[in-house]
Design a protein around this ligand. Structure first.
Ligand code: PLP
Length: 379
């Protein structure tokens, strides 16, 4: 099978697996236990916090480990909003956020908050002027992702953060798709919180992290918990965290080389696609773009059909949206670009990883070529 769904999840790398085994067998104590076995686990946990802080160039004291990107988004947003809602009840986000954020804001709307969902342009980019106009006296927070998981468009989080902070608005950014894929240096980005996920960077599933600027007040989701300095309840998953940070450190080191390779593979795939089908439409921005993600539409062909045919021929891709038996729900992100629901159903995402090769890209293009030829003959 050629795997081109790395934006959905990655396989664990060997070094991360080894660390998981070592931490589970040697540092198995509960990091909150007062005996030496617990202290050893706590020491490992704190060294992971320090090392993750170094990767982000952020204060380690602002890092809290969680169960993944979705939980990181929800806990960061909840903690910041609850501590600051005496200043107002207006929130800002975009129409292309991850479902964890969309669903969380939908819930807040039922609790008396007002949420402005900002549109993006046809490439998925947020206009700073549109953002500026949406900010009100009672706006307390904006949640704007760094990179989109479906089309790979990158937002200008530095400028966005500066604008928000100049108006006294808190800024949360979902960095799940960008961490270790493109540079993310928190000393350069005026951000109050970010979310990360381990399984997107060759670490274990069910592990993630939040960074909250230590100078920003927040109110923990549950009162009176002790783990993770009260930010999140539950025995801390020290082996998972050690494994995550090991994977992240290695991928971070490899990032410049990977970025270059993905750019070349992406361009090669785009060139091959234009040979196969003059109709193929690339979604996303050509410059502000994650190099490992390529979103495509083949007009007139459902993405679900492409996915299933690719799968039958040994190529794993994604439609970027939930599928249920025989029915594809059109991707909200693609509709937010101004496409119709039929066009959104044509969307297919190819995403590359460390193991992706030129040979695989060529084979993937051949599979698509055969698939398209067969589709149009049978029409
Ligand atoms: C942008 C973005 N945010 C959050 C998540 C959720 O991360 P997790 O699967 O760790 O909950 C994803 C996963 O696809 C994502 O792409």
């Amino acid at each position: 099978m050629i795997y081109m769904d790395y934006a959905a999840t990655t396989p664990m790398r060997q070094e991360a697996l080894q660390m998981y085994v070592e931490a589970s067998t040697t540092f198995y104590g509960n990091a909150s236990s007062l005996h030496d076995v617990g202290s050893q686990a706590a020491q490992l946990l704190e060294s992971c916090r320090l090392n993750l802080g170094k990767l982000l160039q952020a204060d380690k004291d602002g890092i809290y480990f969680t169960s993944g990107g979705s939980e990181s988004n929800v806990l960061a947003l909840q903690s910041l909003i609850e501590a600051n809602d005496h200043n107002g009840k207006h929130l800002i986000t975009t129409t292309i956020e991850h479902s964890s954020i969309q669903h969380f804001f939908a819930r807040l709307e039922t609790l008396g908050y007002e949420v402005t969902y900002l549109p993006v342009d046809s490439k998925g980019l947020l206009d700073l002027e549109v953002l500026g106009r949406a900010i009100r006296e009672d706006t307390i927070l904006a949640s704007i992702q760094h990179g989109n998981g479906e089309i790979g468009t990158l937002q200008a989080i530095q400028e966005i953060g500066s604008l928000l902070h100049s108006k006294g608005v808190l800024f949360h950014s979902d960095c799940v798709q960008t961490f270790c894929k493109v540079p993310l240096v928190l000393t350069d980005v005026p951000v109050d919180s970010i979310s990360l996920s381990s399984h997107k960077v060759y670490g274990p599933k069910g592990v993630g992290a939040v960074y909250i600027n230590p100078s920003v007040p927040f109110k923990p989701f549950l009162p009176n918990t002790t783990h993770e300095k009260g930010f999140r309840p539950g025995t801390v998953n020290v082996p998972g965290i050690a494994s995550f940070v090991t994977a992240a450190e290695l991928l971070h080191e490899e990032m410049p080389a990977n970025q270059e390779r993905y750019k070349q593979l992406r361009q090669m795939f785009i060139d091959l696609l234009s040979d196969i089908s003059s109709d193929a439409i690339i979604e996303g921005d050509s410059v502000e773009q994650l190099p490992n993600i390529l979103g495509v539409r083949f007009p007139g062909i459902q993405g679900q059909y492409v996915l299933l045919e690719c799968n039958r021929n040994g190529l794993a891709v994604s439609t970027g949206s939930a599928c249920s038996t025989g029915q594809q729900i059109p991707s909200k992100t693609i509709q937010a670009l101004g496409r119709t629901s039929e066009q959104a159903q044509e969307f297919v995402r190819f995403s590359f990883g460390k193991e992706t090769t030129e040979v695989q890209v060529t084979e993937a293009a051949e599979i698509l070529n055969t698939l398209l030829a067969k589709f149009f003959i049978t029409q």
